[in-house]
Write a protein that binds this ligand. Structure first.
Ligand code: DQA
Length: 145
């Protein structure tokens, strides 16, 4: 099976971006680890980070034609703004888990609403990069069902 990991805007800055909030690991540290785990389970993991809303939307459309089985997405700031990315995921009909490094509910009120949570299989936030590993674990189990 194929799992697609999508990272939204500014996540390319991980490691140096407010490390007390987002941690010291870089995005490639995280992606490499996820790739290894997926491969160890005999699956294929693809990933994309983009600062552009349309690139994430286009990638979700492609995922549908490619037959991607599961998406793990941290929409970053688009979480709180993007009806368009939500609609793309709905159109693709691919199950997904929403991940946030920080506990968005303990932060500014504008981070409390997500355009994704009500249509996600599950939501993980506040556990740092471990949230991605836990999401992958859940995705692998769901793919095997
Ligand atoms: C984030 C939380 C968002 O509110 C923020 O805009 C981000 C990262 C997180 O992973 O904690 O860019 O999605």
């Amino acid at each position: 099976s194929t799992i697609l990991v999508l990272h939204g805007p500014n996540l390319n800055m991980l490691g140096t971006r407010e490390p007390e909030v987002y941690g010291y690991e870089t995005l490639s540290d995280i992606d490499d680890r996820l790739k290894e785990t997926a491969a160890a389970h005999g699956h294929h993991l693809l990933h994309l980070q983009s600062n552009a809303e349309y690139e994430l939307i286009d990638r979700v459309h492609e995922a549908r034609t490619e037959g991607v089985d599961f998406i793990i997405i941290n929409p970053a700031a688009f979480t709180h703004t993007s009806v368009a990315l939500r609609d793309a995921i709905l159109a693709a009909g691919i199950p997904f888990i929403e991940v946030h490094l920080s506990n968005v509910h303990a932060r500014e009120p504008f981070r409390h609403h997500s355009y994704f949570s009500d249509i996600a299989e599950g939501v993980i936030c506040g556990l740092g990069s471990q949230g991605y590993d836990l999401a992958l674990q859940a995705a692998l189990q769901r793919i095997h069902r």
